[in-house]
Design a protein around this ligand. Sequence first.
Ligand SMILES: Cc1cc2nc3c(=O)[nH]c(=O)nc-3n(C[C@H](O)[C@H](O)[C@H](O)COP(=O)(O)O)c2cc1C
Length: 246
Amino acid sequence: MQMDEFLGLLKKRRSIRRFKPDPIPDGYVEKIVEAARWAMSGGNGQPWEFIIVKDKDTKAKIVELADKNDPLRWAMEKARIEEIRHPAWSKPPSGQSGFRDAPVFIVVCGDPRTWQATVVCGPYLRGDGSPEGTFIMNMANAIQNLHLAAAALGLGAQWVSVNSTWQTSLGLLLGVPEGFIIPVVVPVGYPAYEPSPPYRRELEEIMHFEKYDWSKYRSPEDIYQFVINLRQRTKPHYKSFRIGES
Ligand SMILES: Cc1cc2nc3c(=O)[nH]c(=O)nc-3n(C[C@H](O)[C@H](O)[C@H](O)COP(=O)(O)O)c2cc1C
């Protein structure tokens, strides 16, 4: 693969939050999970496992679990100053999760005990944060690969974070072993809309040569302004987030 092709794939991948119900071709899910299998992980611990959900009723139950948290999420988000609220929560939720129509949900789970594969000082001393930090980084690598593979196949995917309020119920629903973590559900399917243009910070803003260039350091006010500007840029995109919202 040429570099331009690789960069093209990275730019083509977007978070998609509403899907057509059309099924995806046989074998695509296996290709997507195959991509995740090749992700990097500390000490090659490979904590990840993937539950492929296509059953209509099970998918509906997953969406219900996700949506049940809306009042809590809204209550927490509205405690923030309006201009920096996450764009998905700029107003009270009035509909159901847009991802509900995706033909396939990939429920990503993992076994945190696998952190032991890495050198013990890695998670404790070298900045990985903790065994949990190592585990989560490993999982994130696999999840990113899932998304890239979906994009390579012309599909859309969403990173639906599973928070602690519905993780246990989701685990019970799917019979996931106790102690496993389910960080994310990835609905996959054909996008129901064209996403707005992506935004990334410019290369020169994030690159430093030889030493940290302090002229690029952002003050707390700069970061605050950054978030406000980000909200303005991304708000239109989040309009597609929930069914029933305009
Ligand atoms: C740690 C993490 C958590 C995320 N959680 C969610 C989420 O719960 N729901 C969602 O729709 N997108 C979620 N995203 C996707 C980001 O919102 C998205 O990647 C970002 O806005 C950039 O847009 P793009 O993916 O279209 O380039 C998450 C991404 C990451 C890496």
